[in-house]
Design a protein around this ligand. Structure first.
Ligand SMILES: Nc1ncnc2c1ncn2[C@@H]1O[C@H](COP(=O)(O)OP(=O)(O)OP(=O)(O)O)[C@@H](O)[C@H]1O
Length: 735
């Protein structure tokens, strides 16, 4: 405790020196205000305390205890992992039993609701009876009953459809081949079911999400890769390879269907892109036929959106469309034959009759789970197509059912399935809680092993810090001292602690500036105005010579602008604290800049306060009327590079005496850095035309002075703001 007090007092003692040296105001500034600040800080709990505590606990821990704890945790982990493996195997087995009871090949039927004011003239041609039956009114007083494994009536939701599919998706991660096919006439909702739309996500995005979630929850590492294959007129096409537009473009490599030594199907030359997360994966989904592949050694070809199954004659197609129709029907018929033969357990399965069935060979095999989603239209006009689709389904189903089951058998089956479902849920819950325990123990183990070897991850410490009450954190006032120690060359913190602070700043900054930062967004079609940027956070970004904060701000601003209403051109929006840096707007889409560029301009009121004379000293290269100034930030920027982008708004910065006192501090390094920037275009609507033609060197001493003062003020402002000293205090400091 004494140690802590001593350290903290030392920091406070150096505070006045720090402030004096930062400002170069040694003689002018009355130290009473510094003492006042010190008193306030003393009364506040400090994260220095926390960090000392942390260090104490890390350094002063009993090594013998570690030696005892680490093997004990290893033992616990091994036991838990074993139990998880056991539960996984049990769950896999039960899921498989459940799916076998349900049927490895199942046929569902979804009836599209009426859309766009569709009306029935006579009777409804397709009437859902219950969860598995459909009544078809195909002629006056003539009906036919069709049974399915599941019927989704027009009112059924995407959720309901997916809940039936989900167990099959789970079994894909258990190593079973899975194939989900959407079949039906054009316009019956195949794409709606498979892809859905923004409001009603379909099977594809839900499946991908479920796969990633399940992979994340499991204690195995999965590698996902994506391929997209289209079968058109009997030819294979890789949808991940862009279409060649010119004849001179190189031809994409030929795709061919091969069989690997294990009997699995491999498409030679098909591009497979490794996907890291859900969003990455989903960005690839847009094709007619999507074949997903899951590695390692668990190939699943799923989510197949088949082309419309309508009869060629009905469509009155000719030429290429006729050929298309023929090819589609041939492959669908071949698919029916394959499923038919599989259901009959024939010794010969006619996979080779079409490219579609060749590609799907291993997904339609004996151990695979296949779901066929038949889509039908509710319209009378489509009755013939509906009959065709239902008969296609019937062909698959009738064999599948073989001997009809008695009601008793059906009920028993259902009861058994419900039991299995409960059992599975219980196992999953148990496994989840074990996984949580494993995670905790792993964290503990990491901490122990790293602290005993002196390696503590920043993030772990951050976590610990985040857990401590806010009041125990060090006020941000102390941050400028890091900068000052750097400037004065008296840095004493070890890298580890610097890392903590840097990381912590990263976490804190967006909070302090999320409301006030904006950058132009690529692709914005409307003009918008940028809002002011928090000087404090901005300066810290540059001070660290890093752009991670900037990126974060940029993302914030993108989100902000995505959500915000459009604002008028040339209107500068400022944060509540009259911030000093203004980031301008683009006027039209063409002027939008890449993400690594920022558009900066000087708002009218700043220009006014700055004065024409000072503005004339700015060297705006390539200035053009009506356009924006562009600054390339793609290369790292040293500490003071920001200089000529910052325009002080607050009049207090204009005091000449301040300017004179900091003059000598402006280094030649800044001059060099300034040249790294190119300010190409500046909005001229409010500008004096003399600014445009001005080629006077920017490095006027007054400008440099303003900039430096602003910089120093910002450093101090960081701390004062945290202490509750807002602008008033900041201004009084400057004056
Ligand atoms: N269950 C549903 N609920 C609401 N709208 C639906 C539903 N099913 C289909 N639709 C709508 O019907 C229209 C046709 O659906 P969709 O494009 O999915 O048909 P499709 O069978 O994929 O056609 P194609 O074979 O031409 O690709 C779309 O506007 C779709 O939004």
């Amino acid at each position: 405790m004494m140690m802590k007090m001593k350290d903290t007092t030392k920091s406070f003692k150096s505070l006045s020196q720090t402030i004096h040296s930062l400002l170069g105001f040694k003689n002018e500034i009355d130290s009473t205000w510094v003492n006042t600040v010190c008193d306030i800080i003393k009364s506040l709990p400090s994260t220095a305390d926390y960090e000392n505590d942390y260090d104490d606990s890390a350094n002063g821990r009993d090594d013998d205890l570690d030696d005892f704890l680490i093997p004990q945790i290893h033992g616990e982990l091994a036991a838990l992992n074993e139990e998880v493996c056991r539960l996984n195997a049990q769950r896999r087995q039960i899921l498989n039993q459940f799916l076998q009871l349900k049927g490895n090949i199942r046929v569902f039927c979804r009836i599209r609701p009426t859309i766009n004011g569709e009306k029935f003239i006579h009777v409804r041609p397709v009437v859902p009876l219950d969860s598995s039956g459909i009544l078809l009114n195909f002629a006056e007083n003539k009906t036919k009953l069709y049974n399915f494994d599941k019927v989704f009536p027009p009112v059924s939701s995407q959720d309901e459809v997916f809940s039936e599919i989900e167990p099959v998706i789970k079994s894909a991660l258990d190593g079973y081949n899975v194939c989900i096919l959407a079949y039906g006439q054009t316009g019956t909702g195949k794409t709606f079911t498979m892809e859905g739309n923004e409001d009603f996500a379909g099977v594809v995005p839900r499946t991908i999400e479920a796969l990633f979630k399940q992979a994340a929850d499991s204690n195995h590492t999965y590698l996902f890769s994506f391929s997209m294959l289209e079968i058109y007129l009997g030819h294979l096409k890789d949808l991940l390879i862009p279409h060649s537009k010119k004849t001179s473009d190189p031809m994409p490599p030929c795709l061919s269907i091969q069989t690997d030594p294990n009997g699995g199907i491999v498409i030679d030359n098909l591009v497979a892109i490794q996907v890291s997360d859900f969003n990455h994966a989903i960005s690839f989904i847009s094709s007619e036929v999507n074949l997903g592949q899951l590695l390692p050694r668990i190939p699943i070809k799923l989510l197949v959106d088949l082309t419309g199954s309508e009869r060629v004659l009905k469509t009155k197609a000719w030429g290429r469309r006729f050929e298309e129709g023929k090819a589609i029907n041939l492959s669908l018929s071949a698919l029916g034959d394959v499923i038919n033969a599989l259901q009959k357990k024939n010794s010969h399965i006619p996979y080779r009759n079409s490219k579609l069935t060749q590609v799907l060979k291993d997904s339609l095999g004996e151990d695979s789970k296949t779901l066929m989603l038949i889509h039908v239209s509710p319209k009378e006009d489509d009755l013939c197509e509906t009959v065709c689709s239902l008969n296609f389904a019937l062909r698959l189903r009738s064999i599948h059912l073989g001997k009809t089951e008695s009601n008793e058998v059906k009920t028993m089956k259902e009861l058994a399935m419900t039991d299995l479902q409960h059992e599975m849920q219980e196992i999953e819950d148990n496994r989840d809680s074990l996984m949580k325990e494993i995670k905790k123990l792993n964290q503990k183990l990491d901490f122990l092993t790293k602290t005993s070897s002196g390696l503590i991850e920043k993030s772990e410490i951050e976590d610990e810090i985040a857990k401590t009450p806010l009041s125990s954190k060090r006020p941000r006032f102390m941050k400028p001292t890091i900068c000052s120690t750097r400037k004065l060359g008296t840095g004493h913190q070890n890298l580890h602690k610097k890392g903590i602070r840097h990381e912590r700043r990263k976490k804190q900054l967006p909070l302090s500036r999320a409301e006030s930062v904006s950058f132009p967004i690529k692709g914005m079609t409307e003009s918008y105005s940028g809002s002011s940027i928090s000087r404090a956070s901005y300066m810290v970004d540059l001070n660290e010579s890093e752009y991670s904060h900037e990126t974060c701000s940029f993302k914030n601003s993108i989100n902000k602008y995505k959500n915000s209403s459009k604002k008028s051109t040339n209107q500068s929006v400022h944060s509540s604290r009259n911030e000093d840096i203004n980031v301008s707007k683009t006027k039209n889409n063409n002027n939008c800049v890449p993400q690594n560029k920022r558009v900066l301009s000087i708002p009218t009121h700043v220009r006014k306060s700055y004065g024409k004379e000072q503005m004339n000293k700015i060297d705006f290269k390539n200035t053009k009327e009506g356009k924006e100034s562009r600054v390339d930030h793609s290369s790292p920027i040293p500490l003071t590079n920001i200089d000529y982008q910052i325009m002080p708004i607050n009049d207090t910065y204009h005091q000449d005496d301040c300017v004179n006192q900091v003059d000598e501090i402006v280094s030649t390094q800044e001059t060099r850095c300034l040249k790294a920037y190119e300010m190409k275009e500046v909005p001229t609507s409010d500008f004096d035309t003399s600014v445009k033609s001005s080629k006077v060197s920017f490095l006027g001493s007054e400008m440099k002075d303003y900039i430096l003062i602003l910089y120093l003020s910002v450093l101090l402002g960081l701390g004062f703001e945290s202490l509750g000293f807002e602008d008033d205090f900041f201004r009084s400091l400057m004056s």
